[in-house]
Ligand binder design. Structure first.
Ligand code: KG4
Ligand code: ZN
Length: 338
């Protein structure tokens, strides 16, 4: 039987996720979000690991049931090794280890950031898989990287943030505007009916392909404080324009670096991944790059952009084919070598 069935588990941050893949096809992709963090304005690690413990068994059961697969049919278990919150990672890895031992099947460790990139190799109707080599822009709440991808296990970071991640820039700006956590999707929503050129924020000057976003957050904070002195209702009266202008500036920063990366590498295939690639402005601007700059762009299906287990499963499948297995002594890593 040449069919490979992978159960994948992702628990690096605040979402508990499980998926079942048959080769490179997703049979089920289940995510339990943790709403508890909203009231704290950010992810509380201790609460996240507790919620993972409650969610992991029901989420895995649901993934197997939805895929109509018995656990005895599984070929291997893949889990997120890192990067992420240690307490959260441990719940997923401990469960994966126990299950692999009980079923006597291989255990596969997956780097979360590799998974955001390789999510493009999930077989999905209407979505094309990128050809190697390509550039991947991974933008999430914890990371901002430009990666040169030469093969499934041959990736090099050629640019990354020197401070905040893009997702943080969105979330922290949103917080300044009084929007609830995580604010990124709300900035996106408000921006759709706002004028992106209403307010101007200066872009940081960072050499090469690296990024910086902490200055932008400070610039927005000072701008809002100043405007509020003149008109205390400034934010509510201009919410959509402010959001559109912030989003426009962030997209400009990303596009400037992408253009430079294409110039330096000579590679014009660009794939995006990570939670922030759900942003409608980023998707639209990137797509326009095909006409404008002759790029070929790859934008994943929405459910594979934010944290999910299907992306862990596709890396698991590739590692299974290459027999890249772990023993049960493998450890979770909050920080992991790319
Ligand atoms: O990849 P992800 O789900 O988790 C991490 O690994 O960090 O990314 C979450 C981040 C959050 O910062 C969230 O605000 C941002 O992705 N995000 C967005 C949008 N949807 C999610 N940011 C801007 N626009 C969106 N539509
Ligand atoms: Zn992520």
């Amino acid at each position: 039987n040449s069919e490979v069935f992978i159960l994948a588990i992702e628990s690096s941050c605040d979402d508990t996720a499980a998926a079942v893949l048959q080769n490179d096809k997703v049979l089920s992709n289940v995510v339990a979000n943790q709403l508890i963090h909203t009231q704290y304005g950010g992810v509380v690690p201790e609460l996240a690991s507790r919620a993972h413990q409650q969610n992991i068994v029901p989420v895995i059961d649901a993934a197997l049931k939805k895929a109509n697969i018995q656990k005895e049919q599984l070929s291997a278990i893949a889990f997120t090794q890192g990067p992420g919150l240690m307490g959260s990672l441990l719940v997923g890895s401990s469960f994966a280890k126990s299950m692999a031992i009980a079923l006597n099947i291989p255990l596969i460790a997956v780097n979360h950031m590799h998974a955001h990139i390789l999510a493009h190799f999930i077989d999905e109707e209407g979505f094309e898989k990128p050809e190697f080599p390509f550039l991947a822009l991974t933008i999430s709440g914890g990371h901002t990287q430009i990666v040169r991808v030469d093969g499934f296990f041959d990736m090099t970071i050629i640019g990354e943030t020197t401070d905040d991640a893009v997702g943080e820039a969105f979330d922290k700006s949103a917080k300044i505007l009084g929007l609830p956590y995580p604010g990124g999707p709300l900035v996106d929503k408000n921006a759709q009916t706002g004028n992106p050129l209403a307010f101007k924020f200066t872009k940081p000057k960072v050499a090469g392909l690296d990024f910086s976003f902490s200055g932008l957050k400070t610039a927005i904070l000072y701008f809002i404080q100043k405007k509020k002195l003149e008109n205390e209702n400034f934010v509510s009266e201009n919410m959509n324009d402010i959001c559109a202008s912030i989003q426009y500036t962030i997209i400009e920063i990303l596009m400037d670096k992408l253009k430079l990366a294409v110039k330096e590498t000579g590679i014009n295939r660009i794939a995006i991944g990570g939670g922030v690639s759900a942003n409608s402005g980023i998707r639209k601007t990137l797509k326009e790059g095909e006409q404008k700059y002759g790029w070929k762009t790859y934008i994943p299906k929405f459910e594979y952009t934010t944290d999910n287990a299907a992306m862990i499963g596709i890396v698991g499948y590739q590692k299974f084919l290459n027999k890249k297995f772990e023993t049960a002594t493998v450890v979770s890593k909050a920080r992991i070598q790319f």
